[in-house]
Design a protein around this ligand. Structure first.
Ligand code: NAI
Length: 342
């Protein structure tokens, strides 16, 4: 209704004005949990993104040192640092994107669910601070368990009247990165040339890479496909096991996080000719569940569109039916947790 008030040339002028404003805008990206295993590597990669003007680092410890170190790198983003819960709001003020790798990682024998008690409070504190000082920022959650933390954050933002479903993301890019890598090895081609959607959630069987949709196409038989799916689903545990007690995936997650944030920025800048598409765990109606990871199209205001799911093959359809009740439980756990808090 709003746009109807403009005549066609005036509307075009206004749209062009909005686009120019987005292009000129000096972007501030804030990393909460910046001194951690993911946080440091992610901040390094973001420091190399020329579209970021200010890179803000926040953590409860060691932020100053990480910021001093990064600030000597001869790239354009200016680095600022804030330490401790008391400085969180100061850190986030003015942010366009807040990315959150704060909280405990898994140790061998742990499931992502075991992290809920320790990590939910970190996510809640971030959601409260975002509501208060940068309610229109994009909020991208890395903290596990993503399947449960994202619904908690949604409900906290809602309770503060600052929820916009187009701006809240659970980052599942690492599952896509792993699917590309393992398929690239199977096809003996550069994994960067591969496109493959990964849907569902971000833990165990809720992760469903769609090899039927890959480009170039997957060439193996059903048992090879099953093996690859399981390797993607267990990719996180493969790293936790190999690190033998010192944590979970950090470097590959930092790569995935930087790619995701890079795509959010490209969406804000709105300069690409082709659509910007990333898989992410978001509020969605592509399935009966409230949240689901699938390819989303990004633009200046966040999510522009969430396409319907493609036609799955028999194995994928079966796996989808198997994952829905598990993911539903994870989401419900988050809603319950938030209810107790609000
Ligand atoms: P880490 O322990 O190395 O780093 C976590 C950082 O968060 C620490 O520097 C800590 O001081 C900081 N932190 C804790 N509470 C905080 C608070 N209230 N405010 C600000 N900072 C706070 O852990 P790592 O390996 O970097 O993992 C971080 C999280 O990312 C974990 O929950 C892990 O499970 C998750 N993860 C998610 C993945 C995904 O695909 N979404 C993949 C890999 C890990």
């Amino acid at each position: 209704r709003f746009t109807m008030r403009f005549s066609q040339p005036a509307l075009q002028q206004k749209q062009q004005h909005d686009i120019n404003r987005q292009r000129r805008r000096n972007l501030q990206v804030s990393v909460v949990g910046a001194s951690g295993g993911i946080g440091q590597a992610l901040s390094l990669l973001l420091k190399m993104n020329p579209l970021i003007e200010t890179l803000v680092l926040h953590d409860v410890a060691n932020t100053k040192g990480v910021a001093a170190d990064l600030s000597h790198i001869c790239t354009s983003p200016t680095v600022k640092s804030y330490t401790g819960e008391k400085e969180l709001k100061k850190a986030l003020k003015g942010s366009d994107i807040v990315v959150v790798p704060a909280g405990r990682p898994r140790r061998p024998g742990m499931d992502r669910k075991d992290l809920l008690e320790s990590n939910a409070n970190v996510a809640i504190a971030v959601a409260m601070a975002v509501s208060s000082v940068c309610p229109s920022a994009f909020l991208a959650i890395i903290t596990n368990p993503v399947n449960t933390i994202v619904p908690i954050v949604r409900d906290i933002l809602k309770s503060q009247d600052s929820y916009d479903p187009k701006r809240l993301f659970g980052i599942t890019t690492l599952d896509v990165v792993r699917a590309k890598t393992f398929l690239g090895q199977s096809l003996c081609i550069d994994p960067q040339r591969i496109n493959i959607p990964v849907i569902g959630g971000h833990s165990g069987i809720t992760i469903l890479p769609l090899f039927s949709q890959s480009n170039p196409p997957f060439k193996g038989d059903e048992s090879e496909k099953k093996e690859l799916i399981e390797r993607v689903q267990e990719g996180g545990s493969e790293v936790v096991k190999a690190k033998a007690g010192s944590g979970s995936a950090t470097l590959s997650m930092a790569f995935a996080g930087a790619q995701f944030v890079g795509s959010l920025i490209k969406g804000i800048k709105n300069e690409e000719d082709k659509p910007i598409v990333e898989c992410a765990f978001v509020e969605s109606n592509v399935t009966p569940l409230e949240f689901f990871a699938s390819p989303v199209i990004l633009g200046p205001s966040g999510i522009k569109d969430i396409p319907c799911l493609p036609e799955l093959d028999q194995l994928e359809s079966q796996m989808l039916q198997g994952l829905l009740p598990v993911l539903l439980k994870d989401i419900e756990q988050g809603v319950k947790y938030a209810n107790n808090f609000i």
